[in-house]
Design a binder for this molecule. Sequence first.
Ligand SMILES: Nc1ncnc2c1ncn2[C@@H]1O[C@H](COP(=O)(O)OP(=O)(O)OP(=O)(O)O)[C@@H](O)[C@H]1O
Ligand SMILES: [Mg+2]
Length: 325
Amino acid sequence: MRVAFVGKGGSGKTTLSALFARYTAHRGGPVVAVDADINQHLGMVLGVEEHALPRPMGSHLAEIKEFLRGENPRITSAAAMVKTTPPGRGSRLLRLPSADGPADDPVHTRFSVPTPEGPRLMVTGPFSEEDLGVACYHSKVGAVELYLNHLLDGPGEYVVVDMTAGADSFASGLFTRFDMTFLVAEPTRQGVGVYRQYRDYAADYEVPLAVVGNKVHGPDDVAFLREHVGDDLLVCLEHSAAVRAMEQGRPFTLDDLEPANARALGTLLAHVDAQEKDWERFGRQTVEFHLRNARAWANRAVGEDLAAQVDPEFVFGPTRVSLHG
Ligand SMILES: Nc1ncnc2c1ncn2[C@@H]1O[C@H](COP(=O)(O)OP(=O)(O)OP(=O)(O)O)[C@@H](O)[C@H]1O
Ligand SMILES: [Mg+2]
């Protein structure tokens, strides 16, 4: 299952991504946490020292493409592969590494590291304003899209992506790649502002979305969120002294979390587990956004008609696919 945390800057995406990833890993599922935010902080919050961070995927796009395209005859070279290029017959598909075992494919081996609390960590690497926007051929966040497009994840396996709520993910279709998107919102007008934009995109593309209130101080805050977000409000996390202490560099385990906040993480996980995987939608939208991207810029950038990369016989999902190590 793929889970995205999106929301305004400072709303708590990174904090909640990390807490949710840790909580889920403690429940036993393999978890890969991916830092795809502009400000790369997820590793720090997961207890990974700067020098121990994984190689940034965004700086090794050619290598990742070269592996993923495998023997797919429709993708003539890594250079012809763009972030939206869908897998086809001959492409290499990825499985999540098991919770306690080593990774066994070059993408997870080279670009993920285990963290002290269980989740594995992958990062796009820091990106600048120029990395955002549809026309960016070398988009670092495109690495996450390629990764998710080639991933065969099942129930009880989790990818948690700490993401911006910005234009790049809407334009490329990355926002449609998730089984559940949690929009983190503080109980302020600005906090709920990004909700409407996201809700409208999500509704147009059948993207499951739920709002997670954060840094809530009491019933008035909950009522404010309820008023602006309605039934999309799934649960709220309180302003947490334990999180603050962690930010101040004090030791932190999930047991330090306030019981209400721990219960809220349980609600998030139950909500993810209740989603049914929709491989049909996933495949259809992967192709749809690729064709759109091809027309918008990628055909021009590569100098080929990239619609030819779509393999009409390829079936997305765990059925009838061949796995290549
Ligand atoms: N429930 C909470 N209780 C207390 N502090 C919190 C809570 N959630 C987040 N914070 C704090 O709020 C600040 C912003 O959180 P965080 O970095 O997770 O937000 P973000 O949305 O990832 O921000 P950015 O857009 O800068 O990446 C941090 O100092 C974090 O410790
Ligand atoms: Mg962040």
